[in-house]
Design a protein around this ligand. Structure first.
Ligand SMILES: Cc1ncc(COP(=O)(O)O)c(C=O)c1O
Length: 403
């Protein structure tokens, strides 16, 4: 008997530009590709304390949802930072430092050289900056501390104190603004220009299209681990949460390049109030969503798409869904308690969007049909964070997060 008590409402838009036969273009490969991912993977897997994260099979849940398989890539333990974002920002910091040292000395240093303090004098003069809703900034601050440079982070009015303190704990100066996420991106950009700081942003925009490629390449570490852990199996569906679309495009591009026509159906999932990717798909070009972008899923509270991400998602993502807020706490609780024989998993608010969409859509006959979900479906989702905001986690789940 099913014990799933998750409710919520959904919307769905099928992307008219998506087609299985679409080739992965050279322009798209210049953003993300399996070949380009190798350097990032070699680099990051050599960092101190690197460990792959687990891929859980949620077989009981899959069974009761009428699905063949649910794989859950669990990023709650990534580098002790509790989210997949640990991979992107810190890697892009390393790449920036390598480039600056190469400019100055004519020799490209290895990341191990930088870690060993061989270029301490140059590195300590550099200040890295970005805007964040929490997790990307934590990654950048951690990377800056690990490699020995300065760090200034901009946060918007709704970022919790806990998230702010987590970045300060890595030695970053954190500046809170009165505006929303997109305004913090613009301020980080203008102050970097006036103060000579290096921006390491996870979103790309007109005039800033290179560094976010490194951020996305960092995420491929997680994807290559997952491919290995699935051991030759290819999922039929990926339900992937979208903020600016950096993660979703990395997933789409990597799997498209790797698996071609056999690639899974890609379903992008966003909060109702922050559905810039869905609105862009409807318009056929990037459009911004204004307003408060209010959602519990703080990592997804973005109103403007990443232009690089859009180059891949515009004809690579098959479907765009939104989810209402009421599913967030129940899915977090279901994972925390462990569904029937499935493992207990710590999942933060932004982690559960993909899984929440799979649960809700599979139980709604019209949605299941529209998305082709059934007993033969093998679903891949990413639990993108653990309890990155422990107070919020305890409020929503009822139990404290693991230390
Ligand atoms: C936990 C978590 N999941 C998903 C996302 C979405 O990633 P993107 O903004 O690249 O779409 C974020 C972004 O910050 C996040 O922190």
């Amino acid at each position: 008997m099913s014990m799933i008590s998750v409710e919520g409402s959904m919307t769905h838009f099928a992307n008219p530009l998506a087609n299985r036969k679409n080739a992965y273009s050279d322009a798209q490969k210049a953003v993300i590709s399996v070949a380009k991912s190798r350097e990032a993977i070699d680099n990051i897997t050599a960092w101190p304390s690197y460990q792959p994260t687990p891929l859980h099979r949620l077989s009981s849940l899959a069974h009761d949802c009428g699905l063949g398989e649910i794989w859950y890539k669990d990023e709650a333990t990534r580098f002790g930072l509790k989210s997949f974002k640990a991979l992107g920002g810190a890697y892009a910091v390393a790449r920036q430092l390598q480039a600056i040292i190469e400019d100055k000395t004519g020799i490209r240093p290895t990341v191990s050289d930088i870690l060993a303090g061989k270029h301490r004098d140059t590195v300590s003069e550099i200040v890295i900056t970005c805007a964040t809703d929490g997790n990307h900034g934590r990654s950048v601050a951690w990377g800056a501390q690990m490699f020995g440079c300065g760090c200034v982070i901009y946060i918007h009015r709704d970022v919790s104190e806990g998230r702010k303190q987590a970045m300060e704990a890595f030695g970053a100066e954190v500046i809170r603004i009165k505006g929303n996420y997109d305004e913090s991106v613009r301020l980080a950009d203008s102050e970097a220009k006036s103060k000579g700081r290096i921006i390491v942003s996870d979103t790309s925009y007109e005039g800033y299209m290179e560094v976010p490629k490194d951020v996305a390449l960092g995420y491929t570490v997680m994807l290559s681990e997952a491919v290995e852990q699935m051991d030759g199996d290819i999922p039929t569906h990926v339900l992937i949460q979208g903020g600016v679309g950096g993660l979703a495009s990395a997933v789409t591009g990597y799997f498209w390049d790797l698996w071609g026509e056999k690639r899974p159906r890609i379903i992008v999932v966003e909060p109702e109030q922050a559905n810039c990717l869905q609105e862009s798909a409807k318009a056929g070009h990037p459009v911004a969503v204004d307003g408060d972008l209010e959602t519990l899923m703080a990592g997804l509270a973005c109103g403007e798409v990443s232009l690089l991400g859009w180059q891949i998602l515009s004809n690579g993502a098959d479907d765009f869904m939104t989810l209402s807020e009421d599913m967030v706490a129940p899915v977090m609780q279901l994972l925390a308690h462990g569904y029937k024989a499935d493992p207990k998993i710590e999942a933060g608010e932004s982690a559960v969007a993909g899984l929440g969409a799979a649960i809700l859509a599979s139980q709604d006959p019209a949605f299941a049909k529209a998305l082709g979900l059934g007993p033969d479906s093998k679903i891949f989702v990413i639990g993108t964070e653990g309890a990155t905001d422990p107070e919020m986690y305890e409020r929503l789940v009822g139990d404290p997060a693991q230390a």
